[in-house]
Design a protein around this ligand. Structure first.
Ligand SMILES: Cc1cc2nc3c(=O)[nH]c(=O)nc-3n(C[C@H](O)[C@H](O)[C@H](O)COP(=O)(O)OP(=O)(O)OC[C@H]3O[C@@H](n4cnc5c(N)ncnc54)[C@H](O)[C@@H]3O)c2cc1C
Length: 454
């Protein structure tokens, strides 16, 4: 079964964008991976330096990876906390990065509007409901932490039970955290419009062209090579498949389900009138949105990590995780019981060893990279692509001095340690939620592991 997003694309957006590479070619910039990271890089290169020769190589079709399958939270979430980024840099730089993340959400909306892309944009913010006393306590701590870094009510705030229910009427709500810095989007519409725009501006995309070798100055596919002064690695969750990058990033699966369109009597009970994205305060991440055609699309982690960073199409589907997602959704919104799940799917996202996304360009080799978003890549990849375009065209901007630029994460452990560590972490987080639900007591171990596994 394909994702809801691919299934609901208008026909003109599913049309092939470029022939497979056949023979040798050259470009100024060669980009590996046609997801948001690679395509925003190409887009901003072409916008800031029209005429620049940009070639994008994609193993499958543009938007095949996480960019075409995600939960559609166009958020300002950066995968590492402000405290962590401040530890790597300084207070002012960490705050500047978070503010840049706020701006990037609006920038995506502005580009979509200027380009005439209908990406089902609705900037309703994010509500993270606290549904147990422990979640409520964590919500208050989180807001106190934002205040410590100088972010006020206009950026992050607590909601009481009634206010929360006005936005999203989930069961057991005690309160929530709320931020306006998030829009709901149709992710595949964004990535396919973006790819189309790259081609329309003179960029070349070769779909069905897997890169088997990435080196300074060139990349190789089974049917040809492309030379270029700059080579951009934009392969995120798939990075471990590239020779030489096996331990750079682990792929962790996130899975989703979507209901049939729900009638007004159901929405009367659930709310989500502004289409705010929603979650709750459990450890093992869940995320949802009301789609433009009135479905609930809902996802979560919990699928196992596969030995040696395995990525296979069959890993996109896990009946036990789909069943769990449905149970959780009905638990939050009993009004949907009896309704039908029409789509279920999943995909790999990339986690670097220190959980810190990064973007950079090695001026000596000409190799650039962006990724490691730990499941928060819709907004972050836009900032990454724009920054990569600045770095490649040699422009000093407010973006090129942000503290994630040039950051290098250490490699993951070799197997079987990696398999053990990641899967134990995932299990502990899942069971910590069960323990908390049963005992009402904080599962401290989970908080330790949540630093390990997000
Ligand atoms: C189910 C799911 C839900 C998510 N929900 C959210 C969300 O709601 N909000 C959010 O912010 N983030 C979310 N994410 C994460 C977000 O989607 C990603 O961080 C983001 O899309 C990454 O974009 P990317 O371009 O870096 O990588 P991708 O979109 O994965 O693109 C990488 C591309 O590279 C191609 N590729 C890989 N190897 C090669 C090769 N050797 N040669 C050529 N091409 C290659 C792949 O086929 C792929 O198309 C979610 C992810 C998943 C899987």
């Amino acid at each position: 079964m394909t994702s809801l997003w691919w299934d609901t694309l208008p026909e003109h957006l599913t049309a092939p964008l470029g022939e497979p590479l056949d023979g040798d070619a050259s470009a100024d910039v060669v980009i590996v991976g046609a997801g948001y990271t690679g395509l925003w890089t190409a887009y901003y290169l072409l916008v800031t330096q029209p005429g620049i020769r940009v070639t994008v190589l994609e193993a499958e079709h543009a938007g095949y990876g996480a960019s075409g399958r995600n939960g559609g939270w166009c958020s300002a979430l950066f995968p590492a906390s402000v405290a962590k980024v401040a530890g790597m840099s300084d207070r002012e730089s960490a705050i500047r990065l978070q503010r840049a993340m706020h701006d990037t959400v609006d920038d995506i909306g502005a580009v979509a509007q200027a380009e005439g892309w209908d990406i089902h944009w609705a900037k309703g913010g994010t509500v993270v409901a606290a549904r147990t006393p422990l979640q409520w306590q964590r919500a208050q701590e989180e807001i106190a932490e934002w205040r410590h870094w100088g972010f006020g009510e206009e950026d992050y705030r607590l909601l009481g039970a009634d206010e929360t229910r006005q936005l999203v009427d989930a069961t057991d709500v005690i309160g929530a955290t709320y931020t306006p810095h998030c829009a709901t989007i149709h992710p595949a519409r964004l990535v396919r419009h973006l790819a189309r725009a790259v081609v329309d501006r003179g960029g070349v995309i070769h779909e069905h062209s897997p890169v088997t070798e990435l080196r300074p100055g060139f990349v190789r596919t089974p049917r040809g090579r492309v030379r270029g002064r700059y080579v951009v690695r934009a392969t995120e969750g798939y990075t471990a498949k590239l020779p030489g990058y096996e331990r750079a990033m682990v792929p962790v699966y996130s899975l989703m389900i979507a209901t049939e369109p729900l009638g007004p009597e159901v929405w009367e009970r659930i709310g989500l009138r502004s289409r705010a994205t929603f979650s709750d305060g459990r450890h093992l991440i869940i995320y949802g949105q009301r789609t433009a055609d009135d479905r609930l699309a809902f996802g979560g982690r919990g699928a196992p990590y596969h030995f040696r960073s395995g990525i296979r199409k069959e890993f996109d589907r896990d009946p036990a995780v789909f069943a769990d997602l449905w149970r959780n959704l009905v638990d939050m919104f009993p009004a949907i019981s009896g309704h039908v799940v029409t789509h279920s799917w999943g995909g790999a996202l990339g986690i670097p060893r220190d959980w810190c996304a990064s973007v950079g360009l090695d001026p000596v080799t000409g190799i650039a990279w962006g990724g490691g978003y730990v499941g928060d890549g819709v907004g972050t990849s836009h900032l990454a692509g724009r920054t990569l375009a600045d770095l490649i065209t040699g422009r000093d901007t407010e973006r090129t001095t942000l503290p994630w630029v040039g950051h290098r994460s250490p490699d993951w452990e070799p197997e079987p340690l990696r398999w053990l560590g990641v899967n134990v972490g995932l299990r502990v987080m899942g069971s910590a939620d069960d323990v908390e639900a049963r005992t009402g007591r904080s599962a401290l171990r989970a908080r330790v592991f949540s630093r390990f596994l997000g």
